[in-house]
Design a protein. Structure first.
Length: 327
């Protein structure tokens, strides 16, 4: 499959001033990731492991105190690979929403509370497609809503007049109206009930299929990853610690952290206690030496406490950063 976004050794840190001292939060630390055409690539992990920050890097939405410290992000447009952080900001803006779009955690961070939905669509479309007047933009919005099976009447509503689930669907519609090649979704089902979560995830999957785009999906829910993603990256303490085809990771997880995430899933008919990783994730301000998971790992060796693990290939599509895979 063709690569649409290629991230290489990405380092993105928050540089903060705390009690008069400069502190560095290593939110994303040497992360590699390829987003493939037609794929649904899941990113899993507990809160605070760097998932959202990494999505911001992929979308070129890096603003202080976040800094892109090192690494490369390429957008592959046709046969041309654009180094996203070596071009001018105006050039980066050109790729936002048209090449890659972003669905954030909260719909109200996107929708203007004092504008009707139709005005938000008009302003968004006319600002990105030069030469489109507001009437043409409105018709384009209506056609897109029709494709997604959403009612036209929502265009005349204000955001607060819609349910949380409908607002999230509107946000997804807005993010995909320009038919981007990559859709980046960050916890798109946060604070929604289970039925609405399923509908929102299905909408994202349907759009990805219709538009032949790639979907990068961050969610805590391993069940969602198991059901709709075909590639999965597991992040911990700013690093990708295991990656591969979703089916292979669920059938044969190699990293103890991945094993815990999968064991935490409920199963029909199984009333035994679910297992979750012991303890809490480390502070990204003060990471432990060696493998960052070793203070919580029941299988840790002396080597784990001192040396960061090498990434080992389990198979052609499966790799893991854990000393247990060395042998």
């Amino acid at each position: 499959m063709k690569t649409l976004i290629e991230a290489k050794k990405v380092k993105a840190y928050y540089v903060l001033e705390i009690f008069g001292k400069q502190r560095t939060v290593r939110a994303v630390d040497e992360v590699d990731l390829d987003v493939l055409e037609g794929s649904i690539h899941g990113i899993a992990g507990e809160s605070g492991c760097g998932k959202t920050t990494f999505l911001k890097v992929l979308f070129a939405a890096v603003e202080p105190p976040l800094r892109m410290v090192d690494g490369k992000v390429y957008y592959v447009d046709g046969t041309k690979a654009i180094d996203l952080y070596s071009v001018e900001e105006s050039e980066r803006k050109r790729f936002r929403w048209s090449f890659a779009s972003y669905v954030p955690q909260g719909s109200m961070s996107v929708l203007n509370p004092v504008l009707k939905i139709k005005d938000t669509f008009r302003d968004f479309i006319s600002s990105h497609l030069k030469g489109k007047n507001k009437n043409e933009a409105y018709e384009m919005a209506k056609e897109h809503l029709k494709e997604l099976g959403l009612p036209f009447k929502i265009l005349d509503a204000y955001p607060h007049q819609l349910s949380g689930g409908m607002r999230q669907r509107v946000t997804i519609a807005l993010a995909t109206v320009l038919k981007p090649k990559v859709i980046i979704a960050d916890e798109a089902t946060t604070a929604l009930d289970v039925v609405t979560q399923r509908a929102v995830i299905q909408l994202l999957k349907d759009i990805q299929t219709w538009q032949h785009s790639a979907l990068v999906l961050v969610t805590h829910d391993m069940g969602v990853h198991a059901n709709i993603t075909n590639l999965l990256s597991v992040m911990y303490a700013g690093k990708v610690i295991e990656e591969g085809r979703t089916e292979e990771l669920f059938d044969n997880p190699k990293h103890p952290y991945t094993q815990y995430l999968i064991k935490s899933l409920p199963r029909f008919g199984d009333r035994s206690k679910r297992e979750s990783p012991p303890g809490s994730p480390p502070s990204l301000l003060n990471l432990p030496s060696g493998c960052a998971f070793h203070p919580r790992c029941p299988f840790k060796m002396q080597k784990c406490e001192k040396e960061q693990p090498t990434t080992f290939k389990v198979s052609e599509s499966h790799k893991v950063a854990c000393w247990l895979a060395e042998g």
